[in-house]
Every structure is written in structure tokens, then in C-alpha cells.
Design a binder for this molecule. Structure first.
Ligand SMILES: [Zn+2]
Length: 214
């Protein structure tokens, strides 16, 4: 009985202290900026509440990676017209991020370095892809660049960020979720919160700008 109580106490302590981490950037790190596109920002066809708020935060992450000479990748939803995920096609979403349109363009306020690697996803009419690894060459590019740790922020917590984190963990990358630079769609209230918990279960670590500045 006494031993059981001791164990319980230890567990509670480690749970309480596991919220945020500090970490120093190093070679083999990459910043993955997810889907900062006009259609996902206020005024867009699939606007995410507060989606614009992550842009200045991501700009600071970008600057931090650039200062260390580390690579920045940006993903984008890049659908053909009549994509299977659109309402007229029976899909779950309004028409959004049609390749080449203003809605699909990166936010004008996002300051991407000139040598940013752009990854386009869900480019086939009959296939949805929430993960930036799905149907793209992201994994082979990261491997070729010697990347081991992936720092991911952007939109949206409960779809593209979650699914990209899941694949990244499966492919063996260390993952840091930028908790101050993600926002959720929250189709069902609490989806974003549940996605954050799932990412933690998958072994992703949580970090903020403050933790990165260590
Ligand atoms: Zn889409």
C-alpha cells in the first residue's frame, strides 16, 4: 500500500512537469510551415479562427532557423478544380486552395526565405491528403538533407499538422510541435485539444518560441 502511494506521487509529478520544453537548434533540424494559405486565414473560404495570429509567430521561428543556417520548408494544399474534398464533389469542405488561385497563395504576411522548399499536397483530383508526407517527396527530401528533427507549426492542428506529425513519427523523425503557432478547425469542439494530446502520445514534444530561445 505504501509503495503504491509513492508510485502514484511520482507519476503525478512527471505529468505536471511535461508541458513545455526547452531546446537548442542544431544541424539536422528543419522548420515545417504548414498551409499558411489565404483560404485558411480570416476572409478565406475555409477560414480557421485565429489562423492569422500564427503568422507573426512563424515569422520569428523562420528568422531563428535562418539565423542558424537551417532549412525552412513550407507545405501547401494545392488542389485541382473539382477535388474530391470539395462540397460539390460530396466532400467535407468548401472549395479551397485551388492551385494557382489567390486562395491557395501563401499569406502575404508570411516571410519565407528565398530558398524555402515548397511541398504541394493533395494535387490529385480523387485523393485527399492531410499529411504532408502523403503523395509527396517530403520524406526523401528530408533524408537527403540529413534531417532528423522536425519542428512543425501552421494550420491546422487537427488535420494537416496532426497527420504530418503521425507520419513523421512513423518515419522515425523526432518531432517538436510549435504550440504557439498552430490553430485548429474544431469541426467538433475540442478536436484541436484532442489532436494535441494525440501528438504527445505519439511522442511529439511541445515547444514555444520562448523554449527555443534557450
Ligand atoms: Zn484541402
Amino acid at each position: 500500500m505504501f509503495n503504491v502511494n509513492l508510485k502514484d506521487g511520482a507519476m503525478n509529478t512527471s505529468t505536471r512537469s511535461s508541458g513545455q520544453e526547452r531546446c537548442q537548434l542544431q544541424p539536422g533540424d528543419v522548420l515545417l510551415v504548414t498551409d499558411i494559405q489565404n483560404d485558411f486565414l480570416p476572409g478565406g473560404s475555409l477560414a480557421v479562427a485565429g489562423g492569422d495570429e500564427v503568422v507573426p509567430v512563424l515569422n520569428r521561428y523562420i528568422a531563428a532557423f535562418q539565423a542558424q543556417g537551417l532549412p525552412v520548408y513550407a507545405t501547401r494544399d494545392w488542389h485541382p478544380e473539382g477535388h474530391c474534398s470539395f462540397h460539390p464533389q460530396g466532400g467535407p469542405w468548401p472549395i479551397h486552395c485551388v492551385a494557382g488561385t489567390h486562395g491557395a497563395a501563401f499569406a502575404a504576411t508570411l516571410v519565407l526565405p528565398p530558398d524555402t522548399t515548397v511541398i504541394s499536397k493533395a494535387t490529385l483530383q480523387d485523393q485527399e491528403a492531410y499529411s504532408s508526407f502523403q503523395g509527396t517527396d517530403l520524406d526523401s527530401r528530408l533524408r537527403a538533407a540529413g534531417i532528423r528533427r522536425l519542428f512543425i507549426g501552421g494550420l491546422t492542428t487537427d488535420y494537416c499538422v496532426l497527420n504530418t506529425v503521425r507520419d513523421a513519427r512513423q518515419f522515425g523523425y523526432e518531432v517538436f510541435v510549435l504550440t504557439d503557432a498552430i490553430r485548429a478547425v474544431d469541426v467538433q469542439p475540442g478536436d484541436g485539444q484532442r489532436a494535441e494530446e494525440e501528438m504527445t502520445r505519439l511522442g511529439a514534444r511541445r515547444i514555444t518560441l520562448e523554449g527555443l530561445a534557450a
